[in-house]
Design a protein around this ligand. Structure first.
Ligand SMILES: [Zn+2]
Length: 249
């Protein structure tokens, strides 16, 4: 059994019929739980509605760093729905593009970490080209737990996050032919790894280039098990235990 700890099952990517098919295909591959991550006020509402329809799609809601303005109602919405969600996410910092408002991103990130800390909710974090600020800000909110999603950083960075109580989300990126992550992965403790697809993005090898789906967790699992020299079953037991350590699902 597997949990896809990070996907985006939104109507803009998957039609209603497709969601049913995608859930069935995932189940057939042993991917029995999906954590659906909202990214803005519209998708957060969608995520909550979809979870009422499918008991194995768990809702995480949050405001992604790509938004361009601060709207206090978005955070009041998260607070109001806190008891219905399994995590606050996807939240974080993304300094990849030019002309971004880093100050605004940090404000939005901190506002949500504050809710998570006060309400004792896990967080699902996106951090791109912003490792130092992410770590510095997380240190302002001790006691949080959650996932650093799409982790491809150094062993030193991995250690820092692990020490703070976070697990590292691994997805298709690590399976890409040009990825240099294999050697780092060898040294990351299994107890700190959780699996994710980031569907519809980042399809793993050997289905790279197609629209991603939660069923593709199996390709990521096979890759990690091979690098770690264990069976997929053994990996599944450990990563599911890791999921239970973070989420109440
Ligand atoms: Zn994502």
């Amino acid at each position: 059994m597997f949990t896809d700890t990070h996907c985006h099952i939104f109507s803009e990517y998957y039609s209603q019929d497709k969601v049913l098919e995608l859930v069935e295909q995932a189940k057939n591959q042993g991917v029995t739980k999906l954590i659906n991550n909202g990214t803005d006020s519209r998708t957060n509402r969608e995520v909550l509605l979809l979870s009422q329809k499918y008991e194995n799609i768990y809702p995480a809601i949050g405001i992604h760093p790509e938004v361009t303005e601060y709207i206090e109602d978005d955070y009041i919405f998260i607070e109001k729905n806190i008891s219905s969600i399994v995590a606050i996410g996807e939240i974080g910092l993304d300094y990849h593009y030019d002309n971004i408002d880093k100050e605004l991103q940090r404000k939005i990130f901190k506002r949500q970490l504050d809710i998570a800390q006060k309400q004792n909710k896990p967080v699902i974090i996106h951090s791109r080209d912003a490792t130092k600020d992410t770590i510095d800000i997380l240190k302002e909110f001790p006691g949080l737990k959650g996932i650093i999603h799409c982790f491809t950083g150094s062993l030193e960075t991995a250690d820092e996050y692990i020490k703070m109580g976070f697990k590292l989300g691994m997805n298709g990126v690590i399976t890409f032919k040009n990825s240099k992550f294999r050697d780092i992965l060898k040294n990351i403790p299994l107890e700190s790894i959780v699996l994710e697809t980031d569907s519809p993005y980042l399809s793993p090898e050997p289905v790279r280039g197609t629209r991603n789906e939660p069923a593709n967790i199996v390709h990521i699992a096979k890759f990690i098990a091979e690098v770690k020299g264990i069976t997929v079953d053994e990996l599944s037991k450990i990563t599911e235990k890791n999921v239970e350590d973070i989420f109440d699902i």
